[in-house]
Ligand binder design. Structure first.
Ligand code: ADE
Ligand code: ZN
Length: 353
């Protein structure tokens, strides 16, 4: 939720700097960048009707959600359902390009969840081709690198998740670098998906998992112990578990924290002030900041950082440290991480170094 505040001149200066810095974002769903215009255009083109949606503003209203289950309903039954052909996914590539450009994000790892699309009859091979060509186009035209993490999903059971993994393995692409586990955390415990993750790791894929977004901290332990997740999506229920916070700090396992998203789903924080991100940071846990689903949550990466600043949660210097964390938590080779951080450093006034 955007915190509406008049910025001081210092804060405006910092916002300008934030926009100028090249950045990374590592917890972003491709379907979550779909603009209202895109969904509306697809509804018209594909002759779709949704209950109580007769205008673009009705559509916008649907995005006002108050729980993860509510969100997943909009995500799967409005957004994903609007894509009737594989080529419709090109709209998403275009929306992603606009979002990344607006925020000066030069590298992003994006989730894409194929389950619903496949259930609707779309072909994964064609989807993978569109994602790959989309990444190439964004690189060629804008020098922005994107990679995909395929969300095998915890909403549709083990067999579906394994099928998704097998499709990834049968359609290898430089643009697809790993898997994630999104969907209903309440309905799909991480440990049920251990065999999928074990196989993915054995095939050289990166693995991450949403955990501790909507259920208690055991879910995070399970993502670490059963899935061997290299990063944790959200992880905010760790606030209830001293041992886990100490473990995450000791192992420096990156948390992909998405503050605005958490305020919408309202499970562990209802205001930014009560969000655990500051406590995590002060415990030396490895924090990154992300938007999750920018359109649905009316969030942008720059606004996420600015909200944390204007609500006095982080200082400017701490925000720069978190931006650095976001670079080093990517799955890029070390040389590329160093090069991106060098490019950021080159733009930073002395007081931030
Ligand atoms: N899919 C898209 N966004 C998600 C989230 N925040 N949690 C679980 N699944 C998701
Ligand atoms: Zn997410």
């Amino acid at each position: 939720m955007e915190v509406k505040k008049v910025l001081t001149s210092e804060q405006m200066k910092f916002k300008k700097l934030l926009l100028e810095l090249p950045k990374t974002e590592i917890h972003l769903h491709l379907e979550g960048v779909a603009s209202v215009e895109t969904i509306w255009a697809l509804m018209k083109k594909n002759n779709l009707q949704y209950k109580n949606v007769n205008s673009k503003s009705d559509l916008q209203k649907k995005f006002q959600i108050t729980s993860l289950e509510d969100f997943l309903d909009v995500f799967m039954n409005i957004i994903q359902k609007s894509f009737i052909t594989e080529n419709d996914i090109e709209y998403l590539i275009d929306d992603a390009k606009n979002y990344l450009l607006e925020n000066n994000i030069i590298y992003s790892e994006l989730f894409f969840a194929p389950s619903k699309f496949i259930q609707m009859g779309l072909d994964f091979k064609k989807i993978a081709k569109i994602l790959t060509q989309g990444a190439e186009k964004i690189k060629k035209n804008h020098n922005i690198d994107i990679k995909f993490l395929i969300d095998v999903s915890r909403s549709f059971g083990l067999e579906n998740a394994m099928k998704n993994l097998d499709l990834i393995l049968a359609n290898p692409s430089d643009a697809i670098i790993g898997i994630g586990l999104g969907g209903s955390e309440k309905k799909g415990p991480a440990k049920d998906y251990a065999t999928v993750f074990e196989k993915a790791i054995s095939k050289g894929l990166h693995v991450v998992a949403h955990a501790g977004e909507d259920v208690e901290s055991q879910s995070i332990w399970d993502a670490i112990n059963y899935l061997k997740a290299e990063r944790i999506g959200h992880g905010i229920s760790a606030i209830e578990d001293e041992k886990l916070m100490a473990y995450l700090a000791e192992k420096q396992i990156p948390l992909e924290v998405c503050p605005t998203s958490n305020l919408f789903t309202r499970k562990y924080a209802k205001t930014l002030k009560e969000h655990p991100v500051k406590l995590f940071f002060s415990r030396n846990m490895y924090i990154t900041i992300n938007t999750d689903d920018p359109t649905i949550f009316s969030a942008t990466l720059v606004e996420e950082y600015m909200n944390l600043l204007t609500e006095n949660i982080f200082t400017e210097k701490e925000i720069i440290q978190i931006i650095k964390n976001g670079v080093y938590a990517t799955f890029l080779p070390a040389s590329r991480k160093n090069a991106i951080w060098k490019a950021i450093e080159a733009k930073l006034p002395k007081q931030y170094l």
